[in-house]
Write a protein that binds this ligand. Structure first.
Ligand SMILES: [Zn+2]
Length: 382
């Protein structure tokens, strides 16, 4: 980091990179928000904190929402692509649905296109552009403004704070409260679930930091020209971001102990205290705190990932942006080999331990924030 701050050349290269870089990171996020939500909210499910809900049409809730008389008007007021929302999900289902069922289903929905192909302001061009799947990026990420104490993790161009995830989380909570006040429990959970999506996205360190390690900057490729340099930077940043998410999925798929992280408090201690001590702080503020701790965790995560599988991720043939499997359907990374499976906890290499530790903090922060968000709703809807 010190070398970086002493080097105006590196800084100007970084500025130029971020003016040019654009890749579909927003596509991925936590790949499976349904599972993240379910794991994070299990304590709520096992209690009787939130009663179950029965499906009702949006139209019956619209008068209470005071945001338009039709679906189309409502979607326009929210600034979303209404045709991408499954408004009739659970229609025909007569038995009551548990709160966590509705919340976890709805938490996946913001990745289904409602935030895509919209004009979302001047910063959108730096966070995925205005067209296609990556155009939702600005609503699903937040980069804190540049901070000289963390020059690399907070670096992006322009250097101001960018991204709308905290304000979307706030908006969805407001909608949930309005629906609840009107007696429309089903829709209050639907909107709260949307909001959980943005909260969970901010628990992913790569959603809060554009650039977490100097290893991701391939200065030597500058000799091959600017385009080659941008392509290589994009490939490296993409590989690190995606490998983290694929590995998380891999571990969750096999029921690894890592899923405990969502429930138990391995989180950043100050963050946990700040959130749990104050359920009535503004939602936007709480989500901004999460973005800050995620941003601060990003360099540690990138370093742990680099030690664990840097060789694989930096290999010139490794390309995760098009997908995790090759043309034959074979995974591009053998995570079992990466994790030295079969090794006992005691004999686990320090690099693996370090990686798990960092991953646990990210997952645990996400769980703490998700529970805080639902509790904030409960507290305010009493
Ligand atoms: Zn997302």
């Amino acid at each position: 980091m010190h070398r970086l701050s002493r080097s105006p050349v590196v800084l100007s290269v970084l500025i130029a990179v971020f003016a040019s870089i654009c890749f579909p990171r927003a596509l991925f996020a936590w790949d499976d928000h349904r599972r993240v939500t379910r794991l994070s909210l299990e304590s709520i499910e096992s209690g009787t904190v939130l009663p179950s809900a029965v499906f009702e049409t949006l139209e019956s809730a619209l008068p209470a929402m005071q945001s338009g008389a039709t679906r189309e008007e409502f979607a326009n007021r929210l600034g979303i692509r209404g045709e991408k929302v499954d408004w009739n999900w659970a229609a025909g289902e007569e038995k009551p649905l548990s709160a966590v069922e509705v919340l976890s289903w709805s938490a996946q929905e913001p990745d289904n296109g409602m935030d895509q192909d919209l004009d979302l302001g001047p910063d959108q061009k730096y966070m995925g552009g205005a067209a296609g799947p990556s155009s939702q990026g600005i609503r699903h990420m937040y980069f804190p403004k540049w901070d000289w104490r963390r020059p690399l993790a907070t670096f992006h161009f322009p250097v101001r704070a960018m991204g709308m995830a905290p304000e979307r989380a706030q908006l969805c909570l407001d909608l949930a409260l309005r629906a609840a006040a009107g007696g429309h429990r089903f829709w209050s959970y639907r909107f709260l679930g949307w909001g959980l999506h943005y909260v969970e996205d901010m628990g992913q360190p790569y959603h809060a930091s554009e650039f977490a390690s100097v290893r991701l900057l391939p200065l030597f490729t500058l000799f091959r020209g600017w385009e080659a340099f941008i392509a290589e930077t994009t490939r490296r940043v993409g590989n690190f971001h995606l490998a983290f998410e694929y590995l998380t999925d891999f571990l969750l798929d096999r029921g690894d102990a890592v899923e405990q992280a969502f429930r138990v408090p391995d989180a950043d201690a100050a963050f946990k205290r700040a959130l749990e001590g104050s359920a009535d702080q503004p939602v936007k503020e709480a989500v901004l705190r999460l973005a800050e701790v995620s941003n601060a965790l990003a360099p540690e995560l990138a370093a742990a990932e680099s030690t664990l599988m840097g060789k694989i991720l930096l290999d010139r043939n490794m390309e995760l942006i098009p997908g995790f499997t090759d043309a034959q359907g074979k995974p591009k990374i053998d995570f079992k080999a990466v994790l030295a499976d079969g090794a006992s906890a005691a004999s686990m290499p320090p690099s693996t331990k370090k990686f798990f530790k960092t991953m646990n903090v990210a997952l645990s922060n996400t769980g703490v924030a998700a529970r805080w968000y639902v509790n904030a709703f409960i507290l305010r809807s009493r």
